[in-house]
Design a protein around this ligand. Structure first.
Ligand SMILES: [Zn+2]
Length: 165
């Protein structure tokens, strides 16, 4: 079961790599999220919102909640997670770095493990893509990949799927 899940994750990673853009970090429009926060807390709409904008805000608000004045995102599905919304790109980067490196540092967890750690606690749009991008550009991981023959594990998902045939 675990093996199958890993293959799916790797495939997803490859798809995203193909669509790689220069910068995976998205600076969130704080105004949108402040409006959201205000709506969730006080059930008030921003001034001048028309019917359609109000409806969009209500629909968006379903996926968010506020805990101790912080905005959290609820993911859908059986493995729903509650992640604190991180607006700032630098903060997103430092979160990924600390969870990828491990508590003591120098662990350099793989893509799947790092994505799980980050999404367990935090949320921003395209969060998985930014983790993948971070790991791909992590100097220490690149050195390890060179030493261990590139592609021997995570870069060749097709090899892995052969096990299931
Ligand atoms: Zn690394």
């Amino acid at each position: 079961m675990e093996g199958t899940l890993n293959v799916e994750n790797i495939d997803l990673g490859d798809n995203i790599i193909q669509h790689k853009t220069e910068d995976k970090y998205i600076k969130l429009d704080e105004e949108i999220y402040m409006n959201l926060k205000n709506y969730i807390s006080n059930k008030v709409y921003p001034p001048g919102y028309d019917k359609a904008q109000k409806r969009r805000l209500r629909q968006k608000a379903i996926s968010f909640l506020i805990v101790k004045d912080f905005l959290y995102h609820k993911s859908k599905g059986a493995h729903s997670k509650l992640g604190r919304v991180i607006f700032d790109k630098d903060e997103q980067k430092s979160i990924i770095k600390s969870l990828h490196d491990g508590i003591i540092g120098g662990c350099h967890f793989g893509q799947t493990a790092t994505i799980a750690k980050v999404t367990d606690r935090y949320w921003w749009p395209c969060i998985a893509a930014s983790v993948q991008d971070f790991i791909r550009t992590c100097a220490s991981c690149q050195i390890v990949n060179l030493v261990n023959k590139p592609g021997s594990s995570s870069l060749h998902p097709i090899k892995v799927t052969h096990i299931f045939h």
